[in-house]
Design a protein around this ligand. Sequence first.
Ligand SMILES: [Zn+2]
Ligand SMILES: [Zn+2]
Length: 242
Amino acid sequence: MDFRKALRGFLHWVEDLVYPRGINCLVCGDRRRTDPATGVCPGCLKKLEAERVPAAACPRCLSFASRKGCAFCAAGGMKDVRRAFAPLYYHPASRSLVISLKFGGTDEALPLLGEWMADSLIERDFDCLLPVPLHPRRRRERGVNQAALLASEVSRRTGIPLREDLLARKKYTRPQTAVSFRKRKSNVLDAFAVPPGTDITGMKILLCDDVRTTGNTAQACAKALKKAGADDVCLLTACAVR
Ligand SMILES: [Zn+2]
Ligand SMILES: [Zn+2]
């Protein structure tokens, strides 16, 4: 057995005895000073604040553009996504927060991420908020669609109507994280389609996902939406890879 893991387990047990009413920080597990409203301790909140996406980031891919411009967009990037919004860069602390949505952290992490995501939306003139759909099989495996949880929280806070029916995942794909970087584009290519009989002509759509990594998933969704007549597609995520 991993000694450090055992020791950490023991320390958490002691903390439970000393702070019976405390809650564990969703990021580091610390129980002593975690704010019950956010589920995060002051140290981790500081780490999260340090990874906020700055106003000067590229409006489309959110990479922190140098004077030379951003390589992601120059290489084609997400060409059907007009602009992207996200409060946080992807790093260990924001990753833990997003992952906690899968494991019962919804009471604390969802309001926190929802508030920050809503704050990052400097444009709000959208016809709907559309979570990136999971294939029904993946939905069964995972039990929860974090994108849908986040989208409904942001919808509640901004008043942008939630529409989960405008896009379907027609192909079962391997998780993007399980595929090599080189193959991620082909993995999701043509994975999405607007269901027959759904009219999205002229709509301004805000796509929503938990994390944007390569941008290939968002691009595949945006391409399908544009092809079906959407006028404009933007992307909102909780975190974005820098
Ligand atoms: Zn913490
Ligand atoms: Zn860019």
